[in-house]
Design a protein around this ligand. Structure first.
Ligand SMILES: Nc1ncnc2c1ncn2[C@@H]1O[C@H](COP(=O)(O)OP(=O)(O)OP(=O)(O)O)[C@@H](O)[C@H]1O
Ligand SMILES: [Mg+2]
Length: 320
């Protein structure tokens, strides 16, 4: 339903989208997850034909975003990051206008209007002037206009931003109810949100896709990795040498040397198995005092932070 092939967007000397490729199947809900400035909005604006790409191609609902942009727009509902609302119209007037713009006839428009107003929690605000609505309500109006024509493909840029907790839950349920008949891409910074709503997560950092998997698989990847925090008193090099033969340890890093109270060093070990016994024996066997040893399972959040903080943001984005 959505095919993105080697998309690039360069702003001046900054590469906001850096050779991004992915596909979204019909009926899927895919979450874009990434830190500020990762390129989520830029990618969405390109897919919705609001912004030309510097390179690469994309198809939405079988149509090329450049050659057939009219067809793409007809099949697409878009909630932008900043919704351009007409502030002096009422909610009903605005949604009616947007529905007409999207080609709905009078009776269909009436039906859809009632549906989206109910689904977006706007029943009691239909006659209110948009300019006088709170931020969260404006967000709901934005969501309603994206869905008024019941589009095949829905692209939502942070749909739950600025909503209250009850409304977040309602919008989340509503998004889930669109699954199957609609194909959705949404962006968010909220990790639990992707787990609760999305079939697949595309993690984006510095304009590149750093992970593309189901939330379940990413969680398994996370939980199969243990992080051991070890504190020893003695030479760090001796500790590192003692730990070296323990093969399940995939990474050793010195967090600090010369701890304030104990004077010892703290190391962090990443391992795929429970090696606490081996670690304790190896360190004590090497003549070091073992001051602390504890084990933690990685969370999805750890994986997210790791994947999105590896490179210094600006440096990686500069176009050579
Ligand atoms: N119109 C523009 N002109 C120049 N640079 C831009 C423009 N729009 C975005 N950028 C840059 O492109 C990069 C990606 O921005 P983008 O808005 O796509 O990020 P994002 O992932 O949506 O971030 P956020 O989570 O903050 O919404 C950033 O470095 C940003 O500064
Ligand atoms: Mg954004």
């Amino acid at each position: 339903m959505i095919v993105v092939d080697d998309l690039v967007k360069v702003y001046g000397r900054r590469r906001a989208v850096d050779h991004v490729s992915f596909e979204v199947e019909k009926g899927e809900i895919v979450g874009f997850l990434g830190p500020n400035g990762a390129g989520k909005t830029t990618t969405m604006r390109i897919l919705t034909c609001f912004l030309p790409a510097t390179g690469g191609r994309a198809q939405v609902a079988g149509f090329d975003i450049v050659d057939d942009s009219r067809e793409v727009r007809r099949r697409l509902g878009y909630l932008p990051e900043n919704v351009p609302l007409y502030l002096d119209l009422t909610v009903d007037q605005y949604l009616t206008y947007m529905g007409k713009l999207k080609g709905l006839d009078r009776s269909r428009l009436q039906t859809r209007l009632n549906e989206v107003v109910a689904n977006c929690g706007l029943e009691h605000r239909r006659r209110d002037i948009i300019g006088k609505l709170s931020r969260g309500y404006r967000q709901r109006v934005g969501l309603a206009q994206a869905l008024i024509h019941d589009p095949e493909v829905v692209i939502l840029d942070e749909p739950t931003a600025s909503l209250d907790p009850a409304q977040i839950r309602e919008v989340r349920d509503y998004i889930k109810s669109l699954k199957g008949n609609h194909t959705l891409i949404l962006s968010t910074h909220i990790l639990p949100e992707v787990e609760l709503t999305c079939d697949r997560v595309l993690m984006i950092n510095n304009g590149r896709i750093v992970a593309n998997d189901t939330p379940g698989n990413l969680r398994n990847l996370a939980s199969s990795t243990q992080v051991l925090t070890v504190e020893v008193r003695g030479a760090v090099s001796a500790a590192q040498a003692a730990l070296q033969p323990i093969t399940p340890i995939t990474r050793t890093s010195v967090v600090s040397d010369g701890l304030p109270v104990s004077g010892g060093a703290r190391l962090e070990l990443e391992t795929s198995a429970d090696v606490r016994g081996d670690v304790a024996r190896a360190l004590v066997g090497a003549g070091l005092d073992l001051l602390r040893l504890d084990q933690q399972t990685k969370s999805l959040e750890d994986i997210f932070v790791e994947l999105t903080t590896e490179e210094p943001a600006a440096a990686a984005q500069e176009v050579a």
